[in-house]
Design a protein around this ligand. Sequence first.
Ligand code: FES
Ligand SMILES: [Fe+2]
Length: 343
Amino acid sequence: MSTASDARTLPFAWYGDDEILRRERQLIFARSWQYAGRAEQVAEPGSFITTDAGGIPLLVTRDRAGELRAFLNVCRHRGAILTEGCGTRETIQCHYHAWTYGLDGSLRAAPRADREPGFEAGSLSLLPASVGVWGPFLFANPDPEAGPLEQWLGDLPAILGRDLDLGSLAFHSRVEFGSNANWKVVTENFLECYHCPTAHPDFSAVVDVHPDRYVLEPHPTFSSQHCESRADGERGQFHLLYPNTGINVFPGPANLSIGPIVPTAPGRTERYLDYFFAPGADESWIADFFAFDDQVGREDTALVESVQRGMAAGMLQEGRLLLNAEPLIAAFQRWVTEHLEFG
Ligand code: FES
Ligand SMILES: [Fe+2]
C-alpha cells in the first residue's frame, strides 16, 4: 500500500553530505554485492583484478590452486592501496615498502621483518572479502560473511534469460564516464522513464515509453524496467541490482551492458559499462548503437548534474515523487533508508 509519505523524496541534504556517504559506505557498500568485472579476467590460476566497491578497494584473485578469492586491496602495513588494474602474478607486492602477499592473501615477506622481534606475519594476512560469478559477470562483496550471490540475484537471471542468453554474448569493450552528481541522483535517474519523452527524444522515438507499455517492476533486491521497440515490438530490459549495478538490454540484436555506479565523493560519481554483443555482430550496427547510447548518456549527465546543483542550493528540503511514474525510486529510497538504519 502506498501512503502519502512514500511520495516524499529522501531529504535533499542526503545527496551532498560526507557523513551520509560515510554511512552509506559502512552500511550499504561494505555489505553489498557489486559488479567487479568479467569472470574471464580471473579465469587463469595466478590472475587478479582490482575493483572499487563503492569506495572500498577490493582485490579478486584466482590462486595457484584455482580457488577464486577476494580481499580488501589495502596493505596491512600502513594502509596503501596494494595494487591496481589486473594481470597475472605469483604474488602481490605493495608499492610502498614491498610487503608481499600470496594470492591466498597471506603475508609472505616484509623487508626487515626478521629484525623485528615479535613480528607475526601470520596475523597480517589481507582481510578477506566475498566473490561470486554469474555467467560472464564477476561480483564482489566486501563482507566476508556475505550470503551467496545467487540469493541476492533472486529472479534476475531468469528474467534476463527471457530475452537474452548470456552464454551467447562476447565482451566487446568498456566505456568509462562520470558525472558531478551524488550516486543516488544518478541511480534514481536510471529508475524512471518519466523523463524520457522530455529529455531523450531519440530514445523515445525508438522505444515505446507510453506508461501503459513501459513496465516498472520492483523486486526485493533489484528493480526492473521492461520496454518494447516501437518499430517491431522487440523487447528491452533495464535493471538496477541494489545498490548500484546497472544492467541494460536494448531492443534489437543481442546486446547487454553492465557496470557499477560508484560514489567517489558526495557530489561525484564514476561509472563504467562493460558492453557485450553476439560474437561477430555487425560493426557498423555496433557503432550506431554506441552513438545512440552515448547520446542518451550525455542527456542523462546534464539532467543529474542539474539536479545536484538544484539540491545543493539548500532551499528545498525534499521533493515530491509521482508514485505511478516513479515507484522504483520510492522502492530504492525505502531500501536505502532501511539500510542506513534511519527507517
Ligand atoms: S604500506 Fe604497504 S608495504 Fe608499507
Ligand atoms: Fe535518462
